[in-house]
Design a protein around this ligand. Structure first.
Ligand SMILES: Cc1cc2nc3c(=O)[nH]c(=O)nc-3n(C[C@H](O)[C@H](O)[C@H](O)COP(=O)(O)O)c2cc1C
Length: 383
């Protein structure tokens, strides 16, 4: 696949994967992107997951057409992009590996060798001339690993963005970009909003016309749309007005309260109401929604003097990703000594800029007139 006259796509689609990074369901598979810049010198950008080494080397050889690559640029050392480095160097032993100093430390850790004869270490602002194309390297520490670099090709105005601007999903499946890019970003990069903001500021100084990420489609049009979304996500801003109701329930009474609240909010004209069962629905999608919308209601039963496990897991996912700037409502249930609301509040206490509603709905086993009235008050507060 041609990206520009000189840049070719040589990545692979993975439809065998069950869980990406050991936890994310990827119904439409995954793409491990790799690119080749064909100039006086030839550069290959990043390798692919170990299951696809042979296919990837085949893609490279087809483009090389008998020539030899001069450089392998390693933007990121996560194994889905780096696992084929060793096979590449065995195939093309004269290639220089261009990467950050930290990446070579990681190569030693992953492969037992840091390729001393092939090393070309780059740091912020270094350039590499391929002939007519010149790459400038920009460090992007903790987006979302410490060794990450991105590179900018001033000739074709391409940003090789590493995992930034990536998404779940193989490239041979058509699907909406934002939904799976948001789930990917919040899940995997979400904790590092400050670092992504730093990268966006550096990128603002470049004339970028094409973004080549390590996952998902190459972005060629309307780049402002993607950059705006990245700005919202990385500044923990509200992307969409609405309320997310995340619930867990053992016998169904908390679920009923969540559903009644959703109906009340819809009746009262809430622009968007999303309801999710934390035990059954995709946890990563629930986390994504919590970061997308401005208001979040947590509804859970008390469990052994604590809160029901799926809610605990959900809140841990939020706090681990620097959840902030949101309005929170709580619904707790318990039969003899309810503690769920207290536990949930405590779990969120380190989060910045959360506003809790005045009303916390307290259910004793099942909804009654008092708790239904509280649900109505909570709905009014959230509107
Ligand atoms: C294993 C287990 C432990 C529980 N621990 C508590 C508890 O510590 N305090 C309490 O008030 N209720 C406790 N409950 C009761 C539930 O929180 C309560 O019945 C609640 O109404 C269930 O809501 P649901 O209908 O949405 O599942 C426990 C229930 C189970 C199954």
């Amino acid at each position: 696949m041609e990206i520009t006259k000189d840049i070719q796509y040589v990545g692979v689609n993975d439809h065998q994967i069950d869980l990406f990074e050991g936890q994310y369901v990827v119904e439409n598979g995954m793409a491990y992107n790799s690119y080749m810049i064909m100039d006086e010198k030839i550069a290959v950008c990043d390798t692919v997951d170990a299951h696809f080494t042979e296919k990837w080397l085949g893609n490279i050889n087809a483009v090389l057409d008998g020539k030899k690559p001069d450089y392998l640029i390693v933007h990121h050392m996560e194994p889905d992009h780096s696992a084929s480095i060793d096979a590449f160097i065995k195939t093309f032993p004269e290639t220089k590996i261009v990467s950050s100093a930290k990446a070579f430390v990681m190569m030693k850790q992953f492969f037992g060798i840091d390729y001393p004869d092939n090393q070309l270490v780059v740091k912020e602002g270094d350039t590499l001339s391929l002939g007519t194309h010149e790459l400038t390297f920009v460090t992007a520490p903790m987006v979302h690993w410490p060794e990450v670099i991105v590179s900018y090709d001033s000739k074709d105005k391409v940003l090789f963005s590493a995992d930034a601007f990536g998404k779940f999903g193989a490239l041979d499946v058509e699907e909406d970009w934002a939904c799976e890019a948001r789930r990917y970003y919040i899940g995997i990069v979400g904790k590092y909003g400050v670092q992504v903001q730093t990268l966006l500021k550096k990128a603002a100084n470049l004339d970028i016309q094409i973004i080549c990420p390590l996952h998902g489609p190459v972005l060629t049009e309307n780049l402002g749309y993607y950059l705006d979304l990245y700005n919202i996500w990385s500044s923990y801003g509200v992307e969409s007005e609405g309320v997310v109701i995340a619930y867990a329930s053992i016998y169904g009474h908390t679920k009923q309260a969540a559903e009644e609240l959703a109906a009340l909010l819809e009746k009262k004209g809430c622009p968007e109401v999303t309801i999710t069962d934390l035990a059954r629905d995709d946890m990563a999608e629930a986390v994504e929604d919590a970061f997308r919308y401005g208001k979040l209601v947590l509804a859970a039963p008390t469990y052994n003097g604590d809160v029901f496990p799926f809610m605990k897991e959900f809140i841990n996912h939020l706090t681990e990703r620097n959840f902030q700037n949101r309005t929170i409502g709580l619904i707790e249930n318990g039969t003899w000594a309810p503690t769920a609301a207290r536990v949930m509040t405590k779990m969120l206490e380190g989060c910045k800029n959360l506003t809790f509603t005045d009303t916390t709905v307290k259910i004793l086993s099942s909804l009654n007139d008092d708790s239904r009235k509280a649900l109505e008050t909570l709905a009014d507060e959230l509107i």
